[in-house]
Design a protein around this ligand. Structure first.
Ligand code: B12
Length: 428
């Protein structure tokens, strides 16, 4: 009987293991190759190229970049403190957004620092002010929208939470309402990324017990987020799309609600992610930075008490394989813009494996096509086409004609021969 009891206990334990979200035993060479792709980005230290997300992703991974890493954090501190704490409003365009400030605070926490002192307190106040403004923009009856997005709103709450800074219940309440009523998050693009970020913020609040009076509502909202994300799993196994899967997995890993469904869904997502890695889908440094933590069983919620002593493997720069100089082969790509009058359509010839950005440049050189971009943490963001700037809550959507939205930006997407790309002004 004693033996049977022990066996049942063991089987029960194994059963329970299958119910939590785990991404273990990923080939370490695969993970290292991902990390290596971040290294060249860590040499780019100009304010518009610094990216706190890269630092956070690396610190939550099983990898480290040695002295480069400390130097990168130092540059982040100089740049963010200077632009956020200076009273000079003349170049207000260059000031980091709410989400960027939040990511910077996550980077400090990833180095086991608590934001503090006079300067630190000012940063916390700024973030709280940003959130208050956004709360105002959403409005009493929740009819409005944040100026940035619910994604950045969640990121802001998460950043304050991991620093153990209390956020007013009414601010948290707006995010709870958005999750409870969904249409706000569902209508927009990328609901899985936004839900995952909201869920990470709720998980942190729950674990830190910072808003005890909202505890029950937070628990229910978390359950809802988990359920929605699980429902968004595609046949291949991704949650939403391949690029929302890392954040979705971060949320599911931080989940305190193990179920059989959860364990199975995560195993399926792991298989889908590994297949995407084989296809080199992860080239963008921001995407790699959201993915690396989960390959080390970590999520942003671990920044509540990060383990800065955990051993990490030192990354060596990738050895270049000398490319054979060959006469480049050319492809033809058609560029279409129908959202303006007169509409535009032109075929461009570019070398094989050119990016969409190369296509746009070529079209600009050789036709009446015009475009403008703005630097972002994900790379160059297309802001205007043929002199037409996207307005508030509008964006220039990238599509493969006739109607397939691209899953990458202009710098990363590489069109194939014969493809037609449409740039379409849409609301979001
Ligand atoms: C909100 C959001 C949007 C909003 C941005 C407007 C706004 N005011 O917030 C809208 C709906 C307009 C949008 C558009 C697009 N997005 Co978007 N977006 C996001 C989301 C959910 C959050 C971004 C954010 O706030 N980050 C935090 C702040 C602090 O960082 P930031 O760099 O300062 O933020 C700015 C940029 O991210 C920029 N932006 C938003 N999306 C994209 C995509 C690319 C490729 C670039 C270069 C910039 C960019 O807008 C943000 C606000 O100014 C992310 C999700 C994620 N997992 O990261 C996806 C995400 C970054 N977007 C993605 C994509 C594919 C796009 C589009 C290319 C879709 C399309 N087919 O047209 C377009 C961009 C086209 C263009 N004009 O260049 C992918 C990128 C995947 C990749 N391989 O890099 C993500 C990861 C979503 C996903 N799961 O697929 N997006």
């Amino acid at each position: 009987m004693g033996c049977l009891g022990a066996l049942l206990f063991l089987l029960g334990g194994l059963g329970a293991l299958a119910q939590i979200c785990e991404i273990t035993e990923v080939d370490s060479t695969l993970v290292e190759r991902l990390g290596q792709r971040l290294l060249p980005w860590m040499d780019r230290l100009s304010p518009e190229q610094l990216n706190p997300s890269i630092y956070v992703g690396l610190r939550l991974s099983s990898l480290q970049a040695g002295a480069k890493e400390a130097h990168y954090l130092h540059s982040l501190k100089l740049s963010y403190q200077q632009s956020l704490l200076s009273n000079d409003n003349s170049d207000s365009e260059a000031k980091p957004s709410m989400g960027q400030l939040a990511l910077y605070l996550l980077a400090l926490r990833a180095n086991c620092e608590f934001v503090g002192g006079r300067k630190g307190d000012r940063l916390v106040s700024q973030l709280k002010r940003f959130l208050e403004d956004e709360k105002g923009a959403i409005g009493h009856n929740h009819q409005g929208h944040p100026h940035t997005s619910y994604y950045q709103y969640g990121l802001g709450i998460l950043a304050l939470c991991v620093h153990q800074k209390w956020v007013h219940g009414s601010v948290v309440g707006k995010l709870l309402y958005a999750v409870e009523h969904e249409q706000h998050l569902q209508q927009g693009h990328f609901p899985v990324d936004t839900l995952a970020m909201a869920g990470l913020a709720f998980s942190c609040l729950k674990l830190s017990n910072l808003n005890p009076s909202q505890r029950n509502r937070i628990t229910v909202a978390l359950g809802r987020v988990q359920e929605k994300i699980l429902k968004a799993q595609t046949l291949e196994g991704h949650f939403g799309n391949v690029y929302s899967t890392p954040l979705a997995l971060q949320l599911l890993m931080a989940s305190l609600r193990p179920t059989v469904e959860l364990g199975t869904a995560c195993l399926k997502a792991k298989a889908a992610l590994l297949a995407s890695l084989q296809h080199k889908a992860f080239q963008n440094p921001l995407m790699i930075s959201q993915l690396l933590p989960i390959l080390n069983q970590k999520s942003y919620v671990d920044l509540i008490s990060p383990d800065c002593e955990a051993p990490r493997v030192l990354l060596e720069p990738a050895t270049e394989t000398p490319s054979q100089t060959q006469v480049p082969e050319f492809i033809h790509v058609t560029l279409k813009v129908s959202s303006i009058f007169p509409s535009y359509r032109h075929s461009v010839s570019v070398p094989v494996s050119s990016s969409l950005e190369d296509v746009l440049k070529k079209a600009q050189e050789h036709s009446r096509f015009r475009y403008g971009t703005q630097a972002s943490l994900s790379g160059p963001y297309l802001t205007s086409v043929m002199g037409k700037k996207a307005g508030e809550r509008e964006f220039w959507q990238l599509l493969r004609a006739p109607d397939t939205p691209l899953l990458q930006g202009i710098a990363d997407y590489r069109p194939r021969d014969g493809e037609a790309i449409e740039l379409r002004l849409v609301g979001w």
